[in-house]
Design a protein around this ligand. Sequence first.
Ligand SMILES: N[C@@H](CCC(=O)N[C@@H](CS)C(=O)NCC(=O)O)C(=O)O
Length: 209
Amino acid sequence: MSPATKHALTLYLHPFSTYSRRVRIALLEKNLEVDEIEVDMAARAHRKEPYLTLNPYGRVPTLVDGDLVLYESTAILDYIEARFPEPSLVPADIKQRALVDMHMKLCDLQFTRPGGVVIFSKRFIPEAKWRLDEMAKARGEVEKHFKILERQLEGQAFLAGDSYTLADVCYVPFLEFMALFEVEPPPNVKAWSDRLLARPTSIATKPAH
Ligand SMILES: N[C@@H](CCC(=O)N[C@@H](CS)C(=O)NCC(=O)O)C(=O)O
């Protein structure tokens, strides 16, 4: 691959953050380099000034491009796509593009919310403090979501059809922790997840923890 093109954008992130990883994956897929600033979340820097002035919700990622300050990973992905359209991570066909939007939204509504309960607990909270009832409920929701995805992935390699899109990007950081869910993924979901995690941009951004 040719050297990445450097742009004067700044991405505030944390290396263990699933939502930050979405943005890093999209940038790598487009062979773009931006300035990255690690927010010291262990020291709660995300909940203090000056970070709160940048992002009043106190979360990562945040992208700064000149006078534009953007938070919410899916909004950031859409902006990167509009600003750097090649190579494209959205289909040209408007119906397929609509499916990408739908899957990006459903990923956050139906999957990362319950999935995050399990992932966050098992990665960052001592087992003695796990809320087992909440985790069991979340696991059930993940299982239900996988059943729906299983049908949608029938006969296609990626969520919105035959090409890798922003919808797939949204899932990668969470599929990385498939083993933590203790949910057996159905075959199409398993093959899709393996396909996504084998991409060079997934491997290059895999968190150490
Ligand atoms: N909906 C947000 C979620 C971002 C988010 O929850 N980020 C986590 C790290 S993965 C965070 O900053 N958590 C800190 C907190 O909520 O205090 C997005 O898509 O960007």
